[in-house]
Design a binder for this molecule. Structure first.
Ligand code: SF4
Ligand code: ZN
Length: 358
């Protein structure tokens, strides 16, 4: 999977004896991947930050007086998000109380190191930090989960648990909103993945810049970097000398997203606007009448939002605790009643769900 590093980007874009096309005074240090403009460092910073400010204000992402948790992983996206949110909150007096919220998945050699970066960010940005761990919330670390389920569906467990962990952490902190560092490339990849899977419900939701706050009990989430290109985030972090962690997760097979990513990068190389075009396509898709959409309710075990009797997280956890890792992979809704009633499964059901090779 091709990752944009500051080095690979700089080799492509940097050190041109060209004047900044904005201020026409300083030397340009980069050609903006998004617009093709040659800019000096300061003009790039300004353009990048102003675009995020525009995204925030035009979508009305925050209201004065709100407490906002920034999902912080120590990676480039969330580090840039924390930096820019703090800067814009001061520059434009948004009146927000910002906090950092991190999830410790329990991945030795990866998350423990990246959390050290988050702790340094906490000092650098002088923001309060809360860390919630899978171990304390679910009784399982990702290290232990991988031991049981192997390296094929581990990201399904991790993704479902992270989503809920962020919500639970945000509830403990009593925040009004959560913002995450999802960038334009992430959103475009997700659109493609949902198209390829035919997942209409997710396709409809995935381009939304914020989730609604309409009475489903969930804390609204938003993506201030939704229109920021990954390449520019890398350049911004590099030129600002931000302290971030750039190693990939040691359990990172996530093959499906990898294919979507590689496909998008190929498209981008022949059509530079591909990322934004895919996002716009996702935003304007409408679902034809009569298509059944899942109805959101709450999980009868933990109370988290769910379109089934049990939320995905509770089903996955039940599978882990019963030694039946396949339980939460695929559709096993008809077993929810049995799980809730703590009834044993039939031999045939057990056999089907026991195989790790799924
Ligand atoms: Fe979790 Fe997979 Fe991401 Fe690793 S790559 S942090 S296992 S979702
Ligand atoms: Zn649940």
């Amino acid at each position: 999977m091709k990752l944009w590093t500051s080095r690979s980007l700089l080799l492509r874009f940097v050190i041109m004896p060209v004047q900044c096309s904005n201020c026409e005074q300083k030397r340009a240090v980069l050609k903006r991947p998004k617009t093709g403009h040659s800019l000096c460092k300061d003009c790039f910073f300004w353009a990048f930050e102003e675009e995020i400010h525009q995204t925030i204000t035009s979508a009305g992402l925050f209201n004065r007086g709100e407490t906002v948790a920034i999902g912080a992983s120590g990676g480039k996206d969330s580090t840039v998000l924390a930096h820019v949110m703090k800067l814009l909150n001061e520059r434009y007096d948004y009146g927000l109380k910002l906090l950092l919220l991190s999830v410790d998945e329990g991945i030795t050699g990866y998350r423990d190191d990246s959390l050290e970066t988050v702790k340094r960010n906490q000092q650098q940005y002088e923001l309060p930090l809360k860390i919630v761990s899978y171990e304390e919330l679910y009784g399982w670390t990702m290290d232990a989960i991988v031991k049981q389920v192997g390296l094929k569906n581990n990201c399904t467990f991790c993704g479902v648990f992270r989503r809920q962990a962020l919500d639970r952490g945000a509830m403990m902190l009593n925040v009004d909103k959560i913002c995450t560092g999802h960038n334009a490339d992430d959103v475009a990849e997700t659109v493609l993945m949902n198209v390829l899977r035919g997942d209409i419900a997710r396709l409809r939701r995935c381009t939304a810049i914020s989730t609604s706050s309409e009475g489903d009990g969930a804390i609204p989430r938003c993506k201030p970097l939704k229109y920021a290109y990954e390449k520019e985030i890398v350049l911004y972090a590099y030129f600002k000398k931000l302290d971030y962690f750039s190693t990939e997760c040691i359990y990172s097979p996530n093959a499906y997203r990898g294919h979507a990513r590689a496909f998008l990068k190929d498209l981008e190389s022949v059509r530079p606007s591909a990322i934004i075009d895919v996002i716009h396509s996702g935003e304007t898709l409408s679902v034809k009448e009569g298509v059944k959409m899942p109805v959101q309710g709450t999980c009868s075990r933990c109370g988290y939002i769910s379109s089934q009797a049990l939320c995905k997280s509770c089903v996955l956890l039940e599978g882990l605790n019963r030694g039946l890792p396949k339980l939460g992979i695929g559709k096993h809704h008809r077993l929810h009643g049995k799980i809730l009633a703590q009834e044993p499964l039939t031999e045939q059901e057990e056999r089907k769900l026991k195989a790790v090779d799924f």
